[in-house]
Design a protein around this ligand. Sequence first.
Ligand code: DSN
Length: 410
Amino acid sequence: MKDKVIFDVIGKETKRESSVIELIASENYVSSEVLVAQGSILTNKYAEGYPRKRYYGGCEFVDEIENIAIERAKSLFGVQFVNVQPHSGSSANLSVYLSLLKIGDKILGMDLSSGGHLTHGSNVNFSGQLFKFFSYGVDRNTGYINYDDVQKIASKVRPKMIVCGSSAYSRLIDFERFRSIADSVGAILMADISHISGLVVAGEHPSPIEFAHVVTTTTHKTLRGPRGAIIMTNDHNIFEKIQKGVFPLTQGGPLMHIIAAKAVAFYEASFPQFKIYQKNIVINAKALASALIARGFEVLTNGTDNHMFVVNLLKKGISGKAFQDLLDSCFIAVSRSAIPNDPKPPYISSGMRIGTPAITSRNMSEREMEQIADFISSIYLYRHDNTKLDSIRKEVLTFISKFPIPKSYV
Ligand code: DSN
């Protein structure tokens, strides 16, 4: 008998996803082929180990799938070695740290409130608890990473590893400069490109592959694949350590259904349409940032080079959490975000992160960015007027109904 309880709730989530303007920078809509692969019978299979070196029998077909996923990722990113097994960005980063460093080693990463990630040294995360993390932030005046400051901190701290990449930084990352800083102190450079990997594949953001010793990325953000991650390197010695660091050090059986879905996503990302999609993500992010600035919102760094930006709400007298809840009630999804030197705790925060990967998948363009900025601005203006908010809610629902979620992209 069907589990009505769970499938009813999945039905509600399906409706929610189709009826909100999705501006969460890390979310996207996968194709139905990605969905079918990740919902396939491959979930039944245990395959601890790697192709042709498994600890279970009957792995001939999952070997084929994993090899295809690896080859596709190699060609997409132009890299020599790829591990496609990490279950998530966090487990990918954990595997890298534990493979290449000793517990307690010093690592330099980006501060969480400047746009870094939990796994880049937060003290409530394994990273901050197992390793001695130091952090760099952004320039107080410009909001950009100040590479001279990073160099100064690195020279003082002399970390074993430098982590670059972020969850909420809207400007290009200079991987070459990071590498020269890492070299100057003998550190390994890890680039976590989880947010921007789709842009990297499409040439919309410089690639870290030739500069970083090791690169991690999730597969479900701009890359538009299933929830999961991969680890890449051009260094054979590093790769051998990473292989052991993923299995058996930090993971058991790989999720073969997810690896198949990753392979499908890599296939989709190899088409010219994917390049156009990534270009449009950036065009839309720039347009939405400008439209919000024109309506009196303060955007960190005054704009963006990538798929997202952060709105500073300090002068608006509303917290990130309160604005996120307000927008949620009007069918617009954003994620609140800390801002540099945020006076509020991360759970409340003073910023709002906005991204365009999902709405660009729904074929919105610059014209719609003006409309979305109008919605956000009116919702803020009429936040205490429920009648007015009700009429905006209706307009949002009518607007979003014109942009169905695509089932396929190639
Ligand atoms: N939670 C993800 C994000 O929203 O950026 C990063 O892991």
